[in-house]
Ligand binder design. Structure first.
Ligand code: SF4
Ligand code: SF4
Length: 100
């Protein structure tokens, strides 16, 4: 891991953790992560009975799942993980992303 870190307003170091993946098998489509993410990263989609992702308003939707629409817009705040009761969101250290 590199030595990358961000700074809080008081100057102390802070390690951003970017969103990396959402487990579509455990996500219950509750939308809580979407509500707390203010950076336009996430998008609710539909899942068919054949496990195909489709638009949320598609006639074939069997259940809803959260997806990552704009991974590059993530600021690494971790708010989505904090509200996910099913622990479906995986993070990666910003240092590891920027070092890759
Ligand atoms: S870590 Fe923050 S910015 Fe990134 S997806 Fe989660 S809530 Fe949005
Ligand atoms: S908070 Fe968790 S369970 Fe709810 S939609 Fe987001 S990833 Fe899925």
């Amino acid at each position: 891991m590199s030595e990358f870190h961000a700074l809080r307003r008081d100057g102390t170091p802070w390690q951003p953790m970017f969103i990396e993946a959402i487990n579509a098998e455990t996500c219950i489509g509750c939308g809580r992560c979407f509500k707390v993410c203010t950076h336009g990263v996430l998008e609710m989609m539909g899942m068919t009975e054949d496990d195909e992702l489709v638009a949320a308003d598609d006639d074939e939707v069997e259940r809803m799942v959260m997806t990552i629409a704009e991974k590059g817009r993530c600021v690494g705040c971790e708010a989505c993980v904090q509200v996910c009761g099913s622990k479906s969101i995986a993070l990666i250290a910003a240092a590891d992303v920027l070092a890759a």
